[in-house]
Design a protein around this ligand. Sequence first.
Ligand SMILES: *[C@@H]1O[C@H](CO)[C@@H](O)[C@H](O)[C@H]1NC(C)=O
Ligand SMILES: *[C@@H]1O[C@H](CO)[C@@H](O)[C@H](O)[C@H]1NC(C)=O
Ligand SMILES: *[C@@H]1O[C@H](CO)[C@@H](O)[C@H](O)[C@H]1NC(C)=O
Ligand SMILES: *[C@@H]1O[C@H](CO)[C@@H](O)[C@H](O)[C@H]1NC(C)=O
Ligand SMILES: *[C@@H]1O[C@H](CO)[C@@H](O)[C@H](O)[C@H]1NC(C)=O
Ligand SMILES: *[C@@H]1O[C@H](CO)[C@@H](O)[C@H](O)[C@H]1NC(C)=O
Ligand SMILES: *[C@@H]1O[C@H](CO)[C@@H](O)[C@H](O)[C@H]1NC(C)=O
Ligand SMILES: *[C@@H]1O[C@H](CO)[C@@H](O)[C@H](O)[C@H]1NC(C)=O
Length: 407
Amino acid sequence: MRLVIIPLCVIVLFSCAAAYDPLDPNGNITIKWDVMSWTPDGYVAVVTMSNFQMFRHIPNPGWTLGWSWAKKEVIWTMVGAQTTEQGDCSKFKGNVPHCCKKTPTVVDLLPGVPYNQQYSNCCKGGVVSAWGQDPSSAVSAFQVSVGQAGTSNKTVKLPKNFTLLAPGPGYTCVTWNVTCTYSQFLARKNPSCCVSLSSFYNETITPCPTCACGCQNKKNCVKSDSKYLKTAGAHTPRRDNDALLQCTHHMCPIRVHWHVKLNYKDYWRVKIAITNFNYRMNYTLWTLAVQHPNLNNITQVFSFDYRPILPYESINDTGMFYGMKFYNDLLMEAGPSGNVQSEVLLRKDQDTFTFKQGWAFPRKVYFNGEECMLPPPDTYPFLPNAAPVKLLNLPSLIFFLLLLLSV
Ligand SMILES: *[C@@H]1O[C@H](CO)[C@@H](O)[C@H](O)[C@H]1NC(C)=O
Ligand SMILES: *[C@@H]1O[C@H](CO)[C@@H](O)[C@H](O)[C@H]1NC(C)=O
Ligand SMILES: *[C@@H]1O[C@H](CO)[C@@H](O)[C@H](O)[C@H]1NC(C)=O
Ligand SMILES: *[C@@H]1O[C@H](CO)[C@@H](O)[C@H](O)[C@H]1NC(C)=O
Ligand SMILES: *[C@@H]1O[C@H](CO)[C@@H](O)[C@H](O)[C@H]1NC(C)=O
Ligand SMILES: *[C@@H]1O[C@H](CO)[C@@H](O)[C@H](O)[C@H]1NC(C)=O
Ligand SMILES: *[C@@H]1O[C@H](CO)[C@@H](O)[C@H](O)[C@H]1NC(C)=O
Ligand SMILES: *[C@@H]1O[C@H](CO)[C@@H](O)[C@H](O)[C@H]1NC(C)=O
């Protein structure tokens, strides 16, 4: 028998209260509660969490799953995960359950636990990849043996009121066809990344908006030359993931810079740089989702991996960049190594391509599934009026093609 609970994790946009993410309309986290076998007083179930979100992963320190038992159930044993508290098991003598709480809170085990405590897809410290990045590690599972439950598919009651922290708030789950919705509003008051822009055709660098990520913590930020950064433990991550930010006018932990670098006859080239301003955070498995109308003709991506994501079958304007394994899939803490960069070559669609009116800049940018704040459009670097955009001459085009072949 298979009881399937589908926490449909839709996403509410930061900018408007739409009930889903237009860049990932089918994104959800599905939790299946499969009853595998019956026991004298209950059943053994496998709980599988699949992250079908294309570009939002569950980063360190991982997920925390909670629920309320419908009756007087207890957890006899758990394999591949554990509850954070045992609760009051005083009425049990001899054989004591793993957890007697009415509302158990479950976390994943850390890597490296003994084999007999492992379950397939367990023990990753609750870290789950985004589906678009690595489907094989977008799943987390554990086994639970439930007692004082029904012992047939007629008498068993599914748990209620699922809650999912992944790792912070943001997901809301509703019971039975359990529906979790992710909302950046619930997760945090301010964005957690911003975008700056520049181009070869105008010297203006459009910075991130001032206080894009909220300036309330400005008094706790540190300058990049601060002596404090040299003290022991200054970079040690905190339990609550509290950031130690470098002082900037935007006060964001992450800045994404989009530079329109070159213009060729049939192609154009963009440089993308992601900078970490948090001294207490290495971002593993980072993702950058971008919406731009020319991504349907992306030709080559240097030093990042890329895959298109098709939020709607007919529109192919969104894609996901992520680090190459063992090369730049780790975005290091703030400092000299705290950035990753890529260049992207796009083929011009002669009907729509233009440098006018900021067309060459992205429409939406998400870092790790969080929407980044873009500068106001009237501050974008403008194409100087009437000045023709210089095309590359033939020799440099040949040089460029050679370069392309040699990479
Ligand atoms: C969850 O996502 C998967 C994969 O995108 C999809 O097949 C499934 O229908 C979604 N479930 C819900 C309830 O939206
Ligand atoms: C589930 O949550 C609702 C609303 O918060 C509450 O009224 C209900 O008692 C909860 N159910 C269980 C079984 O805890
Ligand atoms: C209950 O389980 C039995 C045997 O496993 C199966 O034949 C029956 O269809 C199930 N009933 C329901 C309501 O799922
Ligand atoms: C739950 O799902 C069933 C079938 O999947 C559907 O008929 C029902 O309306 C859903 N209930 C809620 C509250 O979404
Ligand atoms: C980031 O990773 C480097 C290299 O693995 C390590 O030395 C450093 O302590 C890490 N920083 C944080 C904040 O975890
Ligand atoms: C979307 O764009 C990518 C990259 O150019 C291409 O490989 C893919 O075939 C396109 N898909 C559709 C449905 O147009
Ligand atoms: C760009 O992509 C679209 C759809 O993916 C395709 O129809 C069009 O021919 C492409 N344009 C160029 C210049 O390759
Ligand atoms: C460059 O862009 C800025 C900001 O949009 C604009 O004010 C300025 O006039 C542009 N410079 C030129 C030479 O067009």
